[in-house]
Design a protein around this ligand. Structure first.
Ligand code: HEM
Length: 405
């Protein structure tokens, strides 16, 4: 029966639902705030409960890998493989003191103040990326702007040479597919293979930085290691792969999804042209309208009850951010794009202790991309309906072709 919440939940991972998951989200959200998943575990669907779980100390992120006796099931990745080694060290999958220590170090680079200092470089990059497309009158927005902008910025922050960007991108794309809760054995094998190349690449880069220290985030991490032996090479290498991945896949999604949403709502695009001062608010509404990150993973530390449902300890809980962002209990006309919406407050960057480290950077990059594109192209038209990537957790377009005039 299609209205069975468990069946609906599985349908989310079909190609049709990936193109537009919102009708299924609406049914799931109306069915219950917490839904049992046929894959094992739970999904949280409504804004209030999603917000509460994200902030609650009764939950933590999963460890990113499974042991043989894991309550969630057998290991998905080779326990001795490099993918497991990286995942077990990614900041996202740390809790308590280990999490605070790593996060503090990374946060130093992404404070709003530090991000403001990057604005001139981001502006120059956007100008450079837009120039050939404006000249030509057409643009594949993902390949020419949405991807290279955040990827270049995160490479420069981490200290990954520009010439190596494409290799890192290819590895990251394959590894990112395993973030989806419905990943396949083929995707997992491909990710293990990618990591078998990516890990030695990063370690060689670190070795190079040790002999020729610079000012990048990876250099800062190495300096901490040297100072007080507080960060191991495994931790630094793992968080280099995580930051590269988290620093571009998501913002690429926001720029592509956001522009597509505005092209499907031309009156909203015109409004933004008339009132460029609402750009920051528009970015928040675009984050809400079609979040580039659709799920955050959690587990309950001890068995507990939410909304009358008992959540077992250690079983996966999918926090449905994109679903909560369209909750009519929180938003009037939730399925309408309203760039002037008062205080959209989307949950797209998560909340609580794991709140996105790169939120300020992502906002600045996206505002620069939209602000300059709109200013330089008096008309922007969709050339063809775009296709969505085969991953729902990191929601984004494969490509987005537009005509510019
Ligand atoms: C529109 C763009 C972005 C979106 C929607 C986004 C979304 C998120 C979300 C939802 C989380 C929390 C996951 C959870 O609680 O389970 C998160 C965490 C994180 N994000 Fe982002 N992100 C974006 C851009 C970035 C950028 C540009 C960077 C880095 C340069 C970044 C780095 C991180 C890191 C390091 C974490 C883990 C924080 C922790 O575990 O303490 N993100 N992001």
């Amino acid at each position: 029966m299609a209205s069975d919440p468990g069946v609906l939940l599985l349908q989310l991972f079909t190609p049709e639902a990936r193109a537009n998951p919102y009708p299924i989200y609406a049914q799931l959200r109306e069915a219950a705030p917490v839904i049992r998943s046929p894959m094992g575990g739970w999904m949280v669907t409504r804004y209030e409960q999603v917000d509460r779980v994200l902030r609650s100390s009764a939950f933590r992120t999963p460890r990113g890998y499974r042991d043989v006796n894991d309550p969630a099931g057998p290991p998905l990745f080779d326990p001795d493989g490099l993918l497991t080694l990286h995942r077990r060290n990614w900041v996202l999958f740390q809790s308590g003191e280990a999490h605070t220590r790593l996060r503090k170090l990374i946060m130093k680079v992404f404070t709003p103040r530090a991000v403001r200092a990057l604005v001139p470089r981001i502006d120059a990059l956007v100008d450079e990326l837009l120039a050939p497309a404006i000249e030509r009158g057409t643009m594949e927005v993902v390949a020419e702007l949405a991807y290279p902008l955040p990827a270049t910025v995160i490479c420069e922050l981490l200290g990954i040479p520009a010439a190596d960007r494409e290799r890192n991108r290819a590895w990251a794309a394959v590894v990112a597919a395993t973030i989806d809760p419905m990943n396949t054995p083929a995707q997992r094998t491909a990710a293990e293979q990618a990591m078998a190349e990516w890990d030695p690449y990063i370690r060689a880069l670190l070795a190079d930085k040790r002999t020729r220290p610079g000012t990048s985030l990876l250099d800062d991490m190495l300096a901490v290691e040297d100072d007080g032996a507080r960060l191991t090479e495994d931790e630094i290498a793992a968080n280099a792969t995580f930051l590269f991945l988290a620093g571009h896949e998501t913002t690429t999604g926001l720029i592509g999804n956001g522009l597509y949403a505005m092209l499907k709502h031309p009156a909203q695009l015109s409004l933004l042209r008339e009132r460029p001062a609402m750009l920051e608010n528009a970015v928040e509404e675009l984050l809400r309208f079609d979040s580039p990150v659709q799920f955050a993973p959690r587990v309950a530390i001890e068995p507990l009850e939410i909304e009358g449902v008992t959540i077992e300890k250690e079983l996966p809980l999918m926090i449905a951010l994109g679903c909560a962002n369209h909750d009519p209990r929180r938003f009037e006309r939730p399925d309408e794009l309203d760039l002037a919406r008062q205080d959209p407050k989307p949950l797209s960057f998560g909340g609580g202790p794991h709140y996105c480290v790169g939120a300020a950077l992502a906002r600045v990059e996206t505002a620069a991309a939209f602000g300059k594109l709109i200013a330089r192209a008096p008309t922007i038209e969709l050339e063809a309906e775009p296709a969505w990537r085969a991953v729902l957790t990191l929601r984004g377009l494969q490509e987005l072709r537009v005509r510019l005039a």
